[in-house]
Each structure stands twice: as C-alpha cells, then as structure tokens.
Write a protein that binds this ligand. Structure first.
Ligand code: BGC
Length: 705
C-alpha cells in the first residue's frame, strides 16, 4: 500500500473509464415570448502551463462551465485554439474531441444536468509549441458564452445565437421588449452580497425605472428599483443582492421580481448560503475543542517500550482491517469495546468533546497495486463488504449510547487513487471495471455519513502520488464519483486525509517548488521529478481547493497523517547510529540536485518508497485546526505497527509479501529503481515492530521531551 505514482505515466493523461456514451446536445431554441429567459453560459478557462524545451511544453486546461440560462439536461462546449495546440485525450469530466483547431467537450452522464446558475468543471491536458494563447470564444449548445462574466465581441457570436432584431426599419414593439436579469439565479453567502446585471432587450428612448420586488426570506435584500438609461440599458447595470447574517440554519431563498411598464418582466432566484448550518447536526471541525481517544491496546504496547510513555497517551487510529476486527478478541478490543471505553474517556475529560478515529479498511480486492496489505475479501465480494462489514459497523456506531462521541471514519486508504494511476495493474483494472472500490466507498459513506455523529474523511493519497497535474484533477474526479455512488451525496463527506501511513514531510522549508537553482527549475530536480508539490501541507491545501471546485462542499477540511513524517532532529555531528540529520538551512549549492538533496527534510532514498522507512521519526503531534483548510494533524497509522514483512511470512490475514518492504530489493520503476530504504526483520503489516518504534521515537520531530 501507500503506492506511488507510475513514473512513466506521470505526464500521461489518465483514462477515465466508465464514461457514459456521448449525449448529443440539442440546439436550444426558445419561443420568442420566452426570449428573456434565453440560454446563457459563462466559461472560465484556466491553465497550468510548463515548458519542456525552449518554446514548447505542456499544459492543463481547467474549464468551468457555468449555465447562466435556462436549465440544461445536456450540453456541448465548443471552442478553438489559435496556436495549433493539441489535446491529450481523453481528458476528464467530459467527452473530449479535437478536429484541427476545433474542440468539443460534451457532458458525461453525471454532469449533463446543469440548473440555472450551476457550474461544472472539466479539464484536459495538452501540448503547445510556439505560444499557448487561451481561446477567447466559447459556445455552449451553440450559444455564445461570456468568459469570466465578459461578453465577447459580436463578431464571435454564432449565427444560431439569440439575436434581437437590429433592422432599423422595424423597431421592436413594446410587447417584445423585456427586462433581463443575468444570471437568472444567484447564491449569496450569508453576511455578504452578490451582484447581478439588470438590463433591457433593446435600448429605450428615455429612462426606464425597473421596480424590484423581493418576496421570500427577509434576510435577503435588493434595492427597490433601478433606473436604466438609453445609454446603459443594453449593457445593463449591476445590482447588489445582499444576505444579512441571521441565526437560522437554512439556506434561505427569495425571488426578486423585476417589472416596468411596457416590458416583459424577469425574475431572479436568490439562495442564501447559510453559515450556521452544521451538516445534519455535525460540527464543522470534529477535532476542534475535543480531546483524542487513546487506544488502550496501542497504549500498552507503547508504554512497554523503553521511553514509550512519552507518546503513549497520543490518540491513534483504530484500523478495522477485517470483519473479525469489529468483534475483536481476547487481546484486541473490538468496535463496541472501543466505543464503550471512549464514553468513559469522554466522561473523564471534563466538558470537552472526545474524538475517536476508526479506519474503514476492508474493500474487496484491497491494496490492488501492492501486496503487503491485501485483505480478506476477493475482488467480487462487494456484497460481503456491505452486509458483513459496513452494515454491522454502522449499526454499532449508531447506538445512542455513543451519540455524544465524535466518531471519525477514515475511508479506505489508497483505493480510489489506485483507480487513477495504477490501471496497468490487473487487479486495479478489475476493481475499476467491476466498480468494487467506487461502490464500496459510496456505500460506506452513505451508511456511516447518515449517522449524526460520524464524520467521513476519504483517503486521498499524498503529494508524491497525485501531485502531478495528470493525477491531481482526475483523482478529485474519481473521489467525487465515489462520493455520489450508492445513494451517497457530497454532503456525506466531511473531508479528506492525505499521507496516511506515508512518510512525506509536512513542510519542506527550503524547497521553493516554483523557484530555480543555478538557472534550472526546481521542479526539474530528480527528487521532485516535475511534481507540483514538495510537501504535504501545500499539497493538502491545494487539493482541498480542487475538491471544492469538483463539487464538494466549501467547508470540507483536510487531515494530514503526521505519525511518521518527522524525519529526525539531530543537528550536530556525529549523530547516533539511528538518528537522522535534519537540515537547518538551505544548501548553498548551485547544482540543482545537490541543492535539493542537501536541503530536503524528507530523507528517503526516493519519494516512492513507502514501507518501514529507515530514518523516519514521529511527526507533529495531533493538533486541531493547525493551518487554514486543515481540520487536524492526526496519527492514523499507529507508530510501531509494521507496513509489511521484509520477507515472506505465511499468515491467515491475506497479507502478501511486497518486495518494497525488503531492504535488499533494488527497486523497480515505481521507485526509480532505487533501494527500498526499508528496515529489515519486519513482521507483517499491522503487527508490532519494536525496532521501528524505537527509531520513530529517536527521530521524532519536534523531538520528544
Ligand atoms: C495493515 C493493517 C493495519 C494497519 C495499521 C495496514 O498496513 O494492513 O492490517 O491494521 O496497517 O497498522
């Protein structure tokens, strides 16, 4: 598990399978009387661009398609490139096609329906040579779109677009004149305001006063009228719609009706985005103001280690890694035993809430790209996953005895990212085509998220896996696909976790990913390997934004597993044998690779190494709300539990032997054919590994006191 990206594939677009057949968009035509409710769209075209040789390179285009007209059930976006750019199909979130300069992108089954005011994000990679001008003109279902709210010049309007009569001999009759409000629906954040444009379909000969009448939620307000003049009526004037702070917990709605004598009226639908809502009674950040549950089983192993009492009271994740883990046994507590103990710890911590973290980790065909954490369920055993694993967990968690606990469910480590980057591995391809991972995750989210005090955080890999733009967007898309599978909705997702069980440094203070060293871009360094991120914090914050763009709620929070990313604290020489030297300043070398290798905090041989890493230390202790967008630093992988055996050890848990855990293995393309850097004499994954625990304490950063 904790599998890295496939290096050779890092710049290849990742094929999304399961895309539905192209839905051919019909031309939108409206009866004349409805012309004020015309089709409309707005496109935001943003690029990430890089140069690979002088004058040429690649780019990622992220396009936000906003429907500012009537609701659509399907759509086709068209635009063209002026500089011979070529797209790398298939792209994501749309059916993409290119013919010469012309590009079309049609909706997939899940994003064809676009309500008035709704947006969807699509993207694709491409190549450029010479220059890479952004397209300036877009149509959606043959209607010319504005770009970032700006109307393109008339020469670019397609002939099929709605065009009011311009013939000087036939001035429009008063009945044909209409008021237009653009967009026709708007969201306003509570305590804030949004702007819409009120205009007329044709210039009047004298001033027209448009009356605006608001009905509905009284905390939403609009001016009572706006005056349009012969010179500004067609372009329109901006009108501010405000939503005052209120104390209710609903997204209030209102309608603003616009009328003027002799004109067809228009109406604006306003939705207040309430900021007092907690997701079905859930708090925004379950870690804020709470103490963390201490797992007695892990605690007793930690205190038994010399020096272990320094960390033994730290909250760590409880891995429900097989069906039998729900019941537990005479030595390992089961789910109910932990929750009962959590109630006691909650009672003992004063008025603070208590957060307890379970890892939901038992998908069919688990750990498809590696062997060390293969699980008990075969690739086709989704029905057992649901009935024998998720259902019993949900039944226990929903017991009212536990309703005051904040139960965090960490959902299925490594699974969905494997469907983005590792489809060349047969078992991952199977899990993609049989839907086992997507449906399993959707089912778990839906069942667990329905419980008022359970908070779902989906695993989203780490920067050294999906930090390349070819993997970044497609992973967000895949996570969304799972979040709406099996009856789940994005509201069942409270956030995401990165770096689970991995070793990526939280912050690399001496690596400026967009800088240069000795005239060479930092991204070109062997260690960075063109990644857009060098550490977990910057990655997690950026990925959060990408997930919101994909349609997850704007208050999602990220978790970062810092249990084993401390990377040493020895700053003098000589350091003790198992102590790791920690850089305290940037290297002064002007040779890029030397600079990076001397400056980096992460001391792995290669960022693709993931098993029982020598030299690693415990990282930041669990902390609530440490940085913007981050709900908490957490210890999900319990330090001291092995990542996998360093040689074959027969077992009855389905665990295999992965050579990435063998310190003598010289690697493969996934770790750049480097040594694995893993510790020898390791037991199978999950079992106690005393020597590793000692190393993790010796190399803790911040150091243990
Ligand atoms: C193992 C699980 C174990 C977990 C936590 C995973 O790698 O597969 O069995 O519970 O690590 O140590």
């Amino acid at each position: 598990m904790r599998f890295p990206i496939t290096l050779s594939g890092r710049r290849k677009a990742i094929a999304l399978t399961g895309a539905s057949a192209l839905v051919v968009a019909g031309l939108v035509t409206l009866p004349a009387a409805m012309a004020h409710a015309a089709p409309g769209c707005d496109i935001t075209y943003a690029t990430n661009e890089w140069t690979e040789a002088p004058g040429s390179g690649g780019f990622t285009a992220n396009i936000t398609v906003k429907n500012t007209g009537d609701a659509l059930t399907s759509w086709t976006l068209r635009y063209s490139y002026a500089n011979g750019q070529t797209l790398t199909l298939p792209g994501w979130s749309a059916n993409w096609a290119q013919s010469g300069a012309n590009v079309t992108a049609s909706n997939l089954s899940y994003n064809g329906a676009l309500a008035t005011g709704a947006s969807t994000s699509i993207g694709i990679n491409g190549r450029w040579s010479g220059s890479n001008a952004k397209p300036t003109s877009f149509t959606l279902n043959n209607t010319t779109c504005t770009t970032g709210g700006v109307t393109p010049s008339p020469s670019t309007s397609p002939s099929t677009g709605p065009s009011p009569s311009t013939s000087p001999s036939s001035s429009p009759s008063p009945q044909a004149r209409s008021i237009i409000i653009s967009p026709a629906s708007v969201s306003v954040a509570e305590g804030s305001s949004s702007s819409v444009t009120v205009k007329l379909s044709a210039a009047p000969t004298s001033n027209v006063t448009v009356t605006l009448a608001r009905s509905g939620d009284t905390s939403i307000t609009a001016p009572s009228s706006v005056t349009l003049t012969p010179s500004n009526a067609v372009a329109g004037v901006a009108v501010s719609i405000a939503a005052a702070e209120d104390s209710d917990q609903t997204h209030g709605t209102a309608t603003v009706a616009a009328s003027a004598s002799g004109y067809t009226g228009a109406s604006l639908a306003v939705t207040e985005i309430d900021n007092d809502i907690t997701q079905s009674g859930k708090v925004d950040n379950p870690y804020a103001g709470a103490t963390g549950y201490v797992n007695p089983n892990w605690r007793s192993r930690a205190v038994a280690e010399p020096g272990g009492s320094r960390v033994a009271n730290t909250s760590t994740g409880i891995w429900l890694d097989r069906i039998a883990a729900i019941a537990g046994n005479s030595t390992t507590m089961g789910l109910r035993a932990h929750l009962d103990e959590a109630v006691l710890q909650d009672a003992a911590n004063g008025s603070a809430a208590l957060t307890i973290q379970f890892v939901i980790y038992n998908l069919p065909g688990r750990d498809c790209s590696a062997l060390a954490s293969n699980g008990e369920l075969g690739v086709d055993e989704l029905p057992r996953y649901k009935a024998e694993y998720i259902d019993p967990i949900a039944a226990i968690m929903s017991d009212t005895k536990y309703s005051n606990l904040r139960i965090v469910a960490i959902i299925e480590i490594d699974s969905l990212p494997n469907l983005v980057t590792n489809l060349n591995i047969a078992k991952c391809a199977t899990m993609n085509s049989n839907g086992g991972y997507v449906k399993g995750v959707g089912y778990a989210l839906n069942k667990l998220g329905a419980i008022a005090n359970v908070y779902n955080y989906i695993d989203s890999a780490h920067h050294g896996w999906i930090g390349w733009d070819t993997n970044f967007g497609p992973t967000a898309v895949k996570l969304k696909e799972a979040a709406v599978a099996e009856g789940s909705t994005v509201s069942k997702v409270h956030g995401f976790i990165t770096n689970t069980s991995n070793y990526s440094a939280l912050v690399e203070p001496y690596i400026n990913i967009s800088g240069t060293i000795g005239g060479q871009p930092v991204r070109q360094a062997k260690w960075v390997d063109w990644n857009y991120y060098a550490d977990e914090l910057s990655f997690a914050q950026a990925f959060r934004n990408r997930l919101v763009q994909e349609g997850f709620t704007s208050n999602i929070g990220m978790l970062i597993d810092t249990s084993r990313n401390g990377w040493g604290n020895c700053v003098q020489t000589p350091c003790q044998p198992i102590q790791t030297t920690r850089p305290t300043a940037a290297s002064t070398s002007t040779v890029l690779d030397t600079y990076i290798n001397q400056s980096r905090i992460d001391r792995r041989i290669h960022p693709g190494n993931w098993c029982n890493q020598a030299g690693a230390g415990m990282g930041e202790r669990p902390t609530a709300a440490p940085q913007p967008g981050i709900d908490a630093y957490v210890w999900i992988k319990p330090p001291g539990e092995s990542d996998g055996s360093s040689s074959l050890i027969p077992n009855d848990e389905g665990k295999g032997f992965d050579r990435m855990c063998d310190p003598t293995y010289t690697g493969n393309q996934l770790n750049g054919n480097n040594m694995t850097g893993s510790l020898g004499n390791a037991p199978i994954s999950g079992q106690w590994f005393s020597a590793q625990f000692q190393q993790l304490m010796a190399n803790a950063y911040p150091p243990l006191s």
